[in-house]
Design a protein around this ligand. Structure first.
Ligand SMILES: NC(=O)c1ccc[n+]([C@@H]2O[C@H](COP(=O)([O-])OP(=O)(O)OC[C@H]3O[C@@H](n4cnc5c(N)ncnc54)[C@H](OP(=O)(O)O)[C@@H]3O)[C@@H](O)[C@H]2O)c1
Length: 277
């Protein structure tokens, strides 16, 4: 990664922590990373952890950086953008990780001429296992696209989408997806208890099974999840009995309906958050 770009994080909370850690572990110099936050405690923590230059003034930070990562909560993004709008003259790249808020709204708040990349990461980014969908507006250069991807790839994997609406589909799949797996782990543990296992054992077995299955799926290049499932499903065996029961209840349709609900909700939230107060 080009270590010469100065990357500034506005909002130095959980996601900023994950991205800063990923960048530094990937060899990015802490000298070229800065952070601002409303909380002095958070800033002093980040300074101790990474030896970064920190600011309480967002505009001062923005003026000193080539790339600004907008890592504040969605509800305050509009006020933060308006606060730093005067620097958009300087060919700065803005990367917003705020859930739901569309590039057209961010651009309006920044004055209308901003190079904006919008990313939808997910919680496993905090462990370096994130999955992000990424969209760039028409003002983002090839060099800025490459840099954005490198920043997001420092906490997992990322994929470009050409149509910003597809970020709502990414939200429905990987954004909200960790919770679907938590529900599955929770449900399997409860079902194990109903079958007579003690609670702690059922939890451990359920979590370890999710981890093992997920590692098998991600490490079996060339073998689809469907094939992996077929490999462990002997005709008339126990797994077959369970899969038949899932399919009798139309498991695929249940998942599809749930993700459609998340997709529709993402669109509504995007419209609401993009309104000016
Ligand atoms: N966590 C995730 O897994 C995840 C996944 C996808 C997307 N995101 C997005 O990432 C963004 C950050 O989430 P997070 O979990 O990192 O939130 P967070 O831990 O709450 O961090 C946000 C930080 O911004 C600070 N802040 C508040 N007002 C500010 C201002 N005016 N200027 C500068 N800093 C200010 C907050 O300080 P105070 O606490 O004092 O207000 C806090 O330290 C959100 O927009 C979220 O939608 C998060």
């Amino acid at each position: 990664m080009n270590n010469n770009n100065t990357i500034g994080f506005i909002g130095a909370g959980n996601m900023a922590y994950a991205l800063i850690s990923g960048l530094i572990e990937g060899g990015y110099s802490p000298n070229n990373i800065k952070a601002s936050d409303a909380s002095k405690d958070v800033l002093s923590l980040r300074n101790n952890q990474f030896n970064l230059e920190v600011f309480t003034d967002n505009l001062k930070l923005a003026s000193a950086c080539d790339v600004i990562v907008l890592a504040v909560k969605p509800q305050i993004l509009s006020s933060v953008c308006k606060e730093i709008a005067s620097i958009t003259e300087h060919n700065t790249l803005f990367i917003s990780i705020a859930a739901g808020i569309r590039s057209v709204d961010i651009n309006r708040w920044l004055g209308g001429k901003a190079s904006i990349v919008r990313a939808m990461p997910n919680t496993p980014a905090l462990l370096g296992k994130g999955a992000s969908g990424v969209y760039a507006n028409e003002l983002v250069s090839e060099k800025q696209r490459n840099l954005s991807k490198k920043i997001l790839d420092s906490v997992g994997i990322s994929f470009w989408v050409d149509d910003e609406l597809m970020l709502d589909a990414v939200t429905a799949l990987s954004g909200s997806g960790p919770a679907y797996f938590f529900l599955m782990v929770e449900s399997m543990a409860k079902a194990g208890v109903a079958l007579g296992l003690d609670n702690d054992t059922a939890q451990l077995l359920s979590i370890q099974t999710a981890l093992g299955a997920s590692m098998m799926a991600s490490n079996s290049e060339g073998t689809t999840p469907q094939q992996l499932r077929a490999n462990v499903t002997s005709p008339n065996g126990t797994t077959q009995a369970a899969i038949n029961s899932f399919q009798d209840q139309n498991f695929e349709m249940i998942v599809s309906h749930a993700m459609r609900a998340a997709f529709e909700r993402a669109r509504v939230i995007g419209s609401e958050l993009g309104e000016d107060e």
